[in-house]
Design a protein around this ligand. Structure first.
Ligand code: DAT
Ligand code: MG
Length: 134
């Protein structure tokens, strides 16, 4: 059964010119790119997107970072798209992400970890609504 995942290349990834390379990895994996758009996200949207982290000490810095420049938001589709996208992306902390994963290959620090991917199909639907349907 096909599934959709929301994926977002964060401002550092866009600024460093990694969009093509990263999109290519999803395509080679076999996930289909349904939408892809450069967008600036508001602090309001960032706060909703990262609402589960609002009590963390790094929350304001996270909102600053994700709104610091354009992001590249995507919807990818395919079998187990959420789990497959997360496996391409790698663990949250790039220092712990193996080479071959996007965070392992392109990131250095958890505060600038290049890319976001939905962690469940329900959250994917919520994120697609938040970024593409308003
Ligand atoms: P993920 O992006 O792997 O789903 P998450 O949902 O737990 O991870 O956290 C969202 C983002 O918040 C993460 O990509 C980077 C930031 N973050 C998480 N833990 C952090 C920490 N300890 N210090 C700074 N930023 C952190
Ligand atoms: Mg997450």
């Amino acid at each position: 059964m096909s599934e959709k995942a929301f994926v977002m290349i964060k401002p550092d990834g866009v600024q460093r010119g990694l969009v093509g390379e990263i999109v290519s990895r999803f395509e080679k994996k076999g996930l289909r790119l349904l939408r892809g758009e450069i967008m600036e996200i508001s602090r309001e949207t960032a706060r909703v997107h990262y609402g589960h982290l609002q009590d963390k000490p790094f929350f304001e810095e996270l909102v600053d970072y994700i709104t610091s420049g354009p992001v590249f938001a995507m919807i990818v589709e395919g079998k187990e798209a959420v789990a497959n996208a997360r496996s391409l992306i790698g663990p949250t902390n790039p220092a712990e992400a193996p080479p071959g994963t996007i965070r392992g290959d392109f990131g250095l620090a958890v505060e600038e970890n290049v890319i976001h991917g939905s962690d469940s199909p329900e959250h994917a639907r919520r994120e697609i609504r938040l970024f593409f349907e308003k």
